[in-house]
Write a protein that binds this ligand. Structure first.
Ligand code: GLC
Length: 452
């Protein structure tokens, strides 16, 4: 386990105590309805692709953390600059692949905690253009393609920068200075940080800002409210993730799928395909497309998005395994589009053994089956009359029957649906249940028979 995780957990607990809405009041007078409108594209997007690309792909070590945790000396880490060529970088093909996967947005690391900028920053000296044989701005062509191919653009930006002399934290065993002892030095860092964020805002006008590294300082120290003001002055409708010490629009659980439905209305699970964010030669521990799709429908059924990560190599090629996974997402998303993009969280887990979602009107219940049933599948507690049941992306109508519905009380019976082998998807089968109106559920504990 990473050392940082401990601190992050402690900080998350602290932040949980400070309501996001209350803190946001300082920077916005937005109503809930206005926020819902601003968040609309994001809540319908469902699937996004995260990209971790940086000099860490050269040796295939963990992004920034490898020197922070002293797995290798800082100098050796930075020496990877010499091997970053971007020689086969094809931003058009990257974006095509992302688009084909069914993703509606993509988030790219413009700068990780190591401080190496993907764009041609004028505010600092560390960039792919200035420090590597690639010698060019690799962000702008990507952004141009994202715009051309009509995806929403997210920029990952690390608030902390372990390479800067004016940043207080260095590696896990050393700190350069304490902010209270040298506030001018911290001012200088803030000037730099605001400068970079302004460059990115001005040049790319992102739809989404994906911050990281906020756990090292508090909101006041980062000047979070000023940051949000700055970003909104360039992109008034931009969405901001939660890693800005309490000032964000949505939650970002990482790697572990939430077990109970998160409290926040908007959330996104970010996850790696293997165990690494960036490219690592030694990491062959890939999850199967089935596992990842299962995680995806888990998110859908709880009203969240999945942001699935890829880690391109130093030359810009995307590893074969990652391409294959994105292609399988593409096949599955295309086939089941009607049961994905316009849905919202499904019914409580007690009603069905599998994952569910509802269409916007609430009168189509989608069932996601990550398994091959041994008999008819069952829905409990459904009060509605069923009008029709079909297999999404296949069209076959399914037979169904209600058992245990008694005339002397209002408790609905159990709905059984036959799912023959011929209609099964190789990964996850999706079934649509059309109801006679918005889904109504019986949530009681049953009753004793009073008539017969
Ligand atoms: C964690 C990792 C970091 C990665 C990020 C993406 O903070 O430590 O390296 O970029 O998650 O969610």
């Amino acid at each position: 386990m990473k050392l940082r995780n401990l601190t992050a957990t402690a900080l998350a607990m602290f932040l949980a105590a400070a309501p996001v809405a209350a803190q946001n009041e300082n920077v916005s007078t937005e109503t809930e309805a206005e926020k819902a409108q601003r968040m609309e594209w994001f809540s319908q997007a469902k699937f996004g692709v995260f990209i971790h690309w940086g000099i860490y792909a050269v040796k295939g070590v963990s992004e920034s953390w490898s020197f922070y945790n002293s797995y290798l000396p800082y100098e050796e880490y930075m020496d990877q600059c010499k091997g970053f060529t971007a020689a086969n970088y094809d931003p058009k093909a990257w974006v095509q692949l992302i688009k084909e996967s069914g993703a509606k947005y993509t988030v790219i690391t413009t700068k990780h905690h190591d401080g190496v900028a993907l764009w041609d920053t004028k505010v600092g000296d560390l960039s792919i253009k200035k420090c590597t044989p690639a010698a060019k701005d690799v962000l702008t062509p990507f952004v141009n393609e994202v715009r051309k191919q009509k995806l929403h653009l997210g920029l990952y930006y690390s608030l902390l920068d372990w390479s800067r002399d004016d940043y207080p934290n260095d590696t896990r065993n050393t700190t350069r200075y304490a902010i209270k002892d040298d506030p001018k030095r911290w001012d200088s860092f803030c000037k730099f940080n605001f400068g970079q964020m302004e460059e990115l805002s001005k040049q790319y006008k992102p739809d989404l800002w994906w911050f990281d590294g906020d756990w090292e300082q508090d909101a006041e120290t980062w000047r979070s409210s000023e940051i949000v003001k700055l970003l909104r002055s360039y992109s008034p409708k931009c969405i901001i993730n939660s890693r800005i010490a309490g000032y964000g629009d949505y939650d970002t659980p990482e790697q572990g799928v939430p077990v109970v439905r998160p409290d926040s209305k908007y959330w996104e699970l970010c996850m790696t395909m293997n165990d690494s964010w960036g490219f690592q030669h030694t990491d062959t521990n890939y999850k199967t497309p089935h596992m990842l799709l299962r995680t995806y429908v888990d998110c859908l059924s709880n009203g969240g998005n999945l942001l699935l990560d890829i880690g391109p190599k130093e030359d810009g090629t995307i590893p074969e395994e990652q391409i294959a996974i994105l292609k399988e997402f593409g096949r599955w998303n295309k086939k089941h589009a009607e049961a994905i993009y316009n849905t919202r969280a499904g019914i409580p887990a007690e009603h069905f053994q599998g994952y569910t979602s509802l269409n916007k009107a609430g009168d189509i219940l989608y069932l996601y089956l990550p398994y091959k049933p041994n008999g008819p599948i069952e829905i409990k507690g459904l009060m509605n009359k069923v009008n029709r049941i079909w297999v999404v992306g296949n069209g076959a109508m399914l037979n169904y029957k209600v058992y245990n519905k008694n005339y002397w009380n209002d408790i609905p019976g159990n709905l059984y649906i036959d799912v023959p082998d011929q209609v099964l998807d190789p990964q996850i089968t999706v079934i649509a249940v059309l109801l006679d109106g918005p889904c109504k559920l019986y949530r009681g504990a049953g009753k004793v028979q009073t008539s017969n």
